[in-house]
Design a protein around this ligand. Structure first.
Ligand code: ASP
Ligand code: MG
Length: 440
């Protein structure tokens, strides 16, 4: 069986839901994972923060507007009277829960419950729509099987067992619909797989059922070889290996949740990225195939902070890096890039929440320089470190000030740290020389 995930835009309007129906009704049984309608999760986040900030009137206003917009969508989507009124009853229960929440005291659990409503709404509505169209469809409630452990990782053994029993208890159908993103935590409280987590839901299910393929349907035609917001003439990458996709997902190629490929990589279950608005387009196929060498993609990640840690005592002293790392560990801040010389070490972080405390602790044994507004530009490709164009990098970027470079951390990635002001120039220069084959 295949697992197909449709993102917020794909279920964001009645017209797009009709497209989705066309894509999934090809006569084969499948599991369909849905996100919330686009914009809904952001609105739910704003409701939760209005509760946190004790401005209930603002929350109530937002809830009422959202309720109205859902009723309008239902009237357009469901012309069948009984499905229309049944769906409105369900939706009203959800909005009543949200209204009640505005009288409650804020807690993280309350916030997670609020955030979970988007996927409950979209799946219920879409299931009703399929029934109206005479398609055999059933809901598989994600909260019956999806669960994370105390390290916030999916509890695969539990999910496998519970998914099977949920599935076995469900009437035979052609389409099985479930909610992306939402899950229970190790205490059984409602939680989620972080923003964008519906992709992750799809590959987790793909892994536990040993799916034939996982498809992620979005509003763009696959993973692009450069950032289309800053560079013209980018094109979708047809094939990526799991490792390449994992590197790109982390480095800002926002189209995939960073953990997406992890669950399916070991079993080699292919992940195909497809465009709901252009189903004929090939998209991107992520698989175990690593036969294509060379530079495949360039991606950039902004809001990086570089920290230079310099100490005379580092010279030939062992244990220095351990001391440095311990400071970051204490504040739960992960380090992305790192380079060292005999007298200093430079590293980057993307989480500035504890920056002041980290710097204060480091200053006890070293002198510190902090540079904000940095961007990591990363080049990804199988065995990229051995590729001939790689040697031209310094020449191509001779006018750009490179603050750090990371080469050889893996064979599939070279990362450069630059000032964010130089990002657009850097992405374009790399594009021209590496993909457009302008010769030096
Ligand atoms: N609805 C969730 C979000 O907006 C999950 C997802 O769309 O993947 O983050
Ligand atoms: Mg997404």
């Amino acid at each position: 069986m295949k697992v197909l995930k449709f993102g917020g835009t794909s279920v964001g309007s009645v017209e797009n839901m009709q497209h989705v129906k066309g894509i999934i009704t090809d006569g084969t049984k499948k599991i369909v994972v849905l996100s919330a309608m686009s914009g809904t999760t952001n609105t739910l986040v704003s409701i939760a923060s209005a509760i946190l900030n004790e401005i209930p009137n603002q929350a109530i206003d937002t809830i009422n507007k959202l309720h109205e917009s859902y009723f309008a969508t239902i009237d357009e989507l469901l012309v069948d009277n009984s499905l229309n009124s049944d769906t409105k009853t369900y939706v009203t229960e959800i909005f009543n829960f949200l209204l009640e929440a505005t009288y409650s005291e804020y807690s993280k659990t309350l916030e997670n419950k609020i955030l979970a409503q988007g996927e409950l709404l979209s799946t219920y509505m879409f299931n009703a729509y399929l029934k109206q169209e005479g398609i055999r469809s059933e809901l598989l409630p994600a909260l019956d099987f999806m669960r994370i452990n105390n390290a916030k990782e999916p509890d695969l053994a539990y999910i496998k067992k519970e998914f099977k029993s949920t599935f076995d208890a469900t009437p035979e159908s052609d389409i099985y619909i479930t909610q992306g993103f939402i899950c229970l935590d190790d205490n059984g409280a409602v939680s989620n797989l972080q923003r964008g987590g519906s992709d992750y839901t799809a590959t987790i299910i793909g892994a536990v059922i040993n799916a034939e393929e996982v498809q992620i349907w979005t509003d763009i035609d696959g993973m692009h070889n450069n950032d289309p917001r800053y560079v013209e003439n980018t094109h979708p990458i047809s094939n990526l290996s799991f490792d390449e996709a994992a590197e790109l997902a982390y480095f800002g190629a926002k189209i995939l949740h960073p953990q997406t490929v992890l669950p399916v990589r070991e079993d080699g279950i292919p992940v195909r990225l497809k465009n709901t608005m252009d189903p004929e387009a090939y998209g991107t196929l992520i698989s175990s195939d690593t036969s294509e060498n060379g530079i495949k993609a360039i991606a950039a990640k902004d809001n990086i902070i570089a920290i230079k840690i310099k100490s005379g005592r580092m010279l030939q002293a062992h244990g220095f890096l351990k001391k440095v790392f311990e400071v970051f560990e204490t504040y739960g801040t992960s380090i992305d890039m790192i380079t060292t010389s005999e007298v200093a070490v430079s590293l980057t972080i993307d989480d500035d929440r504890n920056l002041d405390k980290i710097v204060a602790e480091l200053e006890q044994f070293a002198s510190i320089e902090v540079d904000k507004d940095q961007t990591i530009v990363c080049l990804v490709g199988h065995s990229i470190v051995n590729h001939e164009s790689t040697y031209k990098l310094f020449q191509i970027l001779q006018d750009v000030k490179i603050r750090m470079i990371s080469y050889g951390g893996s064979r599939n990635n070279i990362s450069l740290l630059i000032n964010s002001n130089d990002k657009v120039t850097t992405l374009n220069k790399l594009n021209d020389y590496l993909f457009e084959l302008v010769t030096l």
